[in-house]
Design a protein around this ligand. Structure first.
Ligand SMILES: *Cc1c(COP(=O)(O)O)cnc(C)c1O
Length: 378
């Protein structure tokens, strides 16, 4: 927490707005919209709910097809299943670890040739890193397919001067407890399409028609954000810039001390973009002289340091075993290779320098024991 949260929560108590609507919700929406530069924002109960609403707004129905980045958290794709639609997974490319434009183009070409284009493409910006949006937009525009940006992990990142999540037709953010700012749980849908956003408010509040009594003609959801949690969000938004600065600092320290290790490569930053570096992600290539990824994770775990695997590609998950998938190259499966080598290091904005250097030293000492590492332990 940043310290100002209680002030906004007290405002809610004093005005007795303890509900999934109220002044904090409206203010939080306005603040996010103005921060990222969109016409409208709708605060909801989770990032997952925001993705689900975006799919509804794009008229995704049972049997429809939705393209989706494969290297991501399952929450990106679950709403496709909620709608009874069929996900088709698109591989990553090596520069950004995000959606491969060439795999996307191949998939769209094939979809057009059989006469079933997807209703939407969901592009993820992994760990704060922007996907190659210019290329992806060009391809999607050619086939007239709308884009949902899953910017759950990239609030505070930018792509060629535009806020992450504001380039496609819809963007979503998450305020889950692990994200760069949090409301404990929550999300936001953003767009410049104000008509669609009015519809989102309607759908998120049980789709109640205008009538003197309770009248409903379509399925709605109970997806609005609580006025208390929106108060937390407003206070968190005040410290977003600090958080991004801290996360980038943490990333840069890891990179400075660890990038010289054999077989280690850090996630790059695409040119003309600014990543929030939500999590520090790196690759350890055992065959390229690095240590075993699992052995390192186990070693850190014994020291009570929680490092994690990167997301496991969704096309390799049992849940999606029948879903089609388009690889980056004919025999080049980038997402799978990233999963094989990728780890995320502790990156919380609340980390102390002592904690950060404990992680760095532990990794250095592990790697120096295992390989003929000649670096200096700090
Ligand atoms: C966290 C996350 C989500 C889901 O957000 P919730 O608010 O937890 O529902 C979706 N996509 C990605 C990539 C995420 O990291």
């Amino acid at each position: 927490m940043s310290g100002n949260e209680l002030k906004y929560i007290n405002d809610a108590f004093e005005s007795n707005w303890i509900a999934p609507l109220g002044p904090n919700v409206e203010q939080f929406e306005r603040e996010i919209a103005s921060l990222v530069g969109v016409k409208d924002a709708v605060a909801v109960s989770s990032g997952t709910a925001a993705i689900h609403l975006a799919l509804r707004l794009l008229n995704v129905h049972p049997g429809d097809i939705v393209f989706c980045s494969t290297l991501t958290f399952v929450a990106t794709a679950n709403p496709i299943l909620y709608q009874g639609a069929k996900p088709v997974f698109i591989d990553s490319e090596p520069d950004t670890w995000n959606m491969s434009p060439q795999a996307l183009e191949r998939a769209l070409k094939e979809a057009e040739s059989v006469g079933v284009l997807p209703k939407a493409v969901i592009v993820v910006h992994l760990y704060g890193q922007s996907a190659k949006m210019d290329e992806i937009m060009d391809i999607c525009n050619k086939y007239d397919v709308p884009i949902i940006e899953d910017a759950a992990e990239s609030l505070g990142s930018s792509y060629r001067g535009k806020a992450s999540g504001t380039i496609g037709d819809f963007g979503i953010y998450s305020f889950n407890g692990n994200k760069i700012i949090t409301t404990s749980g929550g999300g936001m849908l953003v767009s410049n399409n104000q008509q669609a956003m009015e519809k989102a408010r309607f759908l998120a509040a049980q789709a109640r028609d205008t009538a003197p009594f309770y009248k409903h003609s379509e399925i709605g959801f109970n997806y609005r954000m609580s006025n208390l949690l929106a108060g937390i969000g407003r206070a968190q938004l005040e410290v977003l810039d600090d958080r991004v600065r801290l996360r980038r600092l943490i990333f840069n320290q890891y990179k400075e001390y660890l990038s010289g290790l054999p077989g280690v490569a850090f996630m790059e930053e695409l040119e003309n973009t600014h990543s929030n570096r939500w999590l520090t992600a790196l690759l350890i290539d055992e065959k390229g002289g690095g240590v075993s990824k699992q052995a390192l994770l186990d070693f850190l775990s014994d020291l009570n340091i929680e490092a994690r695997h990167v997301w496991k590609p969704l096309h390799t998950q049992p849940l999606f075993k029948n879903a089609p998938y388009y690889s980056h190259g004919e025999n080049e499966h980038v997402g799978e290779a990233l999963f094989e080598k990728g780890i995320c290091l502790p990156s919380g904005s609340g980390m102390t320098m002592g904690q950060l250097f404990k992680v760095i030293n532990s990794i250095l000492s592990f790697c120096s024991k295992r390989k003929n590492y000649s670096g200096v332990i700090i």
